[in-house]
Design a binder for this molecule. Structure first.
Ligand SMILES: Nc1ncnc2c1ncn2[C@@H]1O[C@H](COP(=O)(O)OP(=O)(O)O)[C@@H](O)[C@H]1O
Ligand SMILES: [Mg+2]
Length: 216
């Protein structure tokens, strides 16, 4: 489903430039769960941003469902970002002034689809992650683990085929990490492809495969 071919990414110019990705290659099957590990600065976040269509590359190809995402522009690129990919970050980036349910609904609202059906789906996602009684709570009223579970529910709202998670448990204690991890485990049943950047051996071991990135 995902085929990355000779991806190159440099930040800066001239002598001070940093080559973050050098002819990077990776293939991921539909429904596969891949852990991406490597020391800080290895380019893990940069890679996820590029795969998610949030950053550009200098050269290379990323075929997603047999289409090079670098050929996508305008509405087509928006569609890819909003419909195919769901992002979960280390810090949840929930919107403080919106309830948990509204935050989960946000991707649908942005797509102009604030429908009763989508509202029910958002509620079902919160229920699935044990947050039914938190629908009308604001992010500041939720624990770190609850915030991150809400962020995962939001990432699933538009029924993406791929979740990109950048250190999703990086700011959580052990108990909350385990809870969030079990939510990621449950995605297996949906056939959703998951790329997860992590420093946590437990998470890495729970994945189908581990890709190690080296610092350039
Ligand atoms: N926007 C940017 N501008 C300049 N350098 C950047 C930028 N983003 C990342 N870098 C550099 O690229 C390298 C890889 O960063 P990153 O992808 O965040 O690594 P990781 O997530 O593996 O820790 C680091 O040296 C970082 O400083
Ligand atoms: Mg990073």
């Amino acid at each position: 489903m995902l085929e990355i071919i000779n991806l190159n990414k440099t930040f800066g110019m001239g002598e001070s430039s940093i080559h973050v990705l050098t002819d990077f290659n990776m293939t991921v099957e539909q429904g596969e769960r891949v852990a991406i590990v490597g020391q800080s600065g290895a380019g893990k976040s940069t890679l996820l941003q590029i795969i998610g269509g949030l950053d550009s590359a200098d050269s290379g190809i990323i075929n997603f469902k047999n289409e090079n995402i670098f050929d996508k522009k305008g509405k087509e690129l928006d569609r890819y970002r909003n419909r195919e990919v769901g992002f979960v970050f280390q810090f949840h980036y929930l919107l403080d002034d919106f309830t948990a349910l509204e935050n989960v609904m946000m991707p649908a609202m942005i797509a102009g689809e604030d429908t009763a059906e989508n509202r029910e789906y958002a509620k079902s996602l919160l229920a699935r992650f044990g947050l039914s009684d938190r629908e009308i709570h604001f992010p500041s009223q939720l624990s770190g683990g609850e915030q991150q579970r809400t962020a995962l529910a939001r990432a699933l709202m538009n029924r993406p085929s791929m979740i990109l998670a950048d250190e999703p448990t990086g700011s959580l204690d052990k108990k909350n990490s385990e809870e969030v991890l079990s939510m990621f485990d449950s995605l297996k049943n949906d056939g959703i492809t998951v790329l997860i950047v992590t420093h946590d051996d437990e998470i890495a071991k729970s994945c189908d495969r581990i890709v190690k990135m080296e610092k350039a």
